[in-house]
Design a binder for this molecule. Sequence first.
Ligand SMILES: NC(=O)c1ccc[n+]([C@@H]2O[C@H](COP(=O)([O-])OP(=O)(O)OC[C@H]3O[C@@H](n4cnc5c(N)ncnc54)[C@H](O)[C@@H]3O)[C@@H](O)[C@H]2O)c1
Length: 246
Amino acid sequence: MERRAALVTGAASGIGRAIAQRLEADGLAVLAVDLAPDPDGPGDPFTADLTTGEGNRAAVEAAVERYGRLDVVVPNAGVQHIAPVEEFSEQWWRSLIELLLTSPFLLASHAWQALGESGQGRFIAVASVHGLVASPYKAAYVSAKHGLLGLVKVLALEGAEHGIAATAVCPGYVRTPLVEDQIGAQARTHGIDERDVLEQVILQPHAIKQLIEPSEVAEVVSMLTRSTGAAFTGSPVVMDMGWSAR
Ligand SMILES: NC(=O)c1ccc[n+]([C@@H]2O[C@H](COP(=O)([O-])OP(=O)(O)OC[C@H]3O[C@@H](n4cnc5c(N)ncnc54)[C@H](O)[C@@H]3O)[C@@H](O)[C@H]2O)c1
């Protein structure tokens, strides 16, 4: 059988890099899309700014042209911005919504035909436990991730007759630069020392006080690409160290 093909966004770092690595090890061809792709990283590097319509279109077209097919789309690229709502700028709001919500929609829309032709199409969005619960100072991120779970439900319903399954993976805190970069901002906002941020703020909502490893998220994504993945269509797959159990 011809090699299945995947498109992973935000593939130069953190969770996206681990997913690209894992899917490549599973035998898939992987287009590793990023604003600043790593030429030495997993997959075939492709540069795109996913806050633009053109960037999302170009990424899907590149995958279909290069591999002649597209079976798995993993919208994962993300950024965070932390500020109280009255100080949260419109510019930050718009750019987070573009990247975290509009990009997954555009990727689905452009890839829909190819995913249908796959026979086992998979749209696997890396959402967050913040698609289910909120934290203060993250207005745009929490809103976008809740919206992403809504998008996945619609895609699951529309995709069923085309053999496409759509799922949102919802991790708690994962050991990546996105989390490490929040430590300084969280320390300033909460008025506490940087070294207390991990225990008192970041891991505070986890029942198990551990960061999740990027490879653990990648393992779940890998499972969802296979036939078992169909049963999870329309659902959040929550891996949050007990956060949302409260
Ligand atoms: N790290 C966590 O604790 C955690 C928890 C739950 C969900 N998530 C989600 O996982 C995803 C990946 O997060 P991460 O922690 O691996 O982040 P990361 O910062 O390590 O990697 C994000 C990648 O996205 C890329 N990117 C940013 N803006 C882009 C743009 N405009 N166009 C193209 N690429 C762009 C960056 O260059 C980077 O390589 C995000 O959607 C995030 O919301 C992360």
